[in-house]
Design a protein around this ligand. Sequence first.
Ligand SMILES: [Zn+2]
Length: 108
Amino acid sequence: MSFEYYYITLMSLVIFVVALLIGLIMNNRYYRVIKESLTQAREAESKGPLAISGEVEVLMCPRCGYSKTISYRLGDYVGKVVDDKCPNDDERLIVHAIYSSRPAEQSS
Ligand SMILES: [Zn+2]
């Protein structure tokens, strides 16, 4: 009788520890998933204004070909040398293209 009681207590303890470990592992995994989804949401937020404003422009470095897309700024035109600098060689970027980006295009 006392042995059975001891056995049941030991088994429940083992199950409890295993459950705790699984919980910790799952928690860690969920934490990572939540963190990833949060960073993705933040990225989507930072991209948001581009999609809303519609007009975007592509800045390109004439030296190394680095390019980045920013939202259209009033007065910018294709070929204009802007104050933005290339992160690779500090060359001033030129406006390579201006186009309108509709939110519908982002569904792809
Ligand atoms: Zn460059």
